[in-house]
Write a protein of this length. Sequence first.
Length: 66
Amino acid sequence: MYVCLCEAITDKQIRDVAKKYQVTSLKGLRQILPVGRECGKCLKQAREILDEECAILADMCAINAA
């Protein structure tokens, strides 16, 4: 699904960047993807997706450490 209509950025792109580059902040995400550079309406949803991916990554790290 499209998150940022202005830049045609999808949730999959955000998730892929979070996994590949281990991005944990919106600032870090914006260094790779131009999300939120036009109108900014997508920033809340982009943050939610990024938070979900960080939680999944943290869970996987905890499982591997056990």
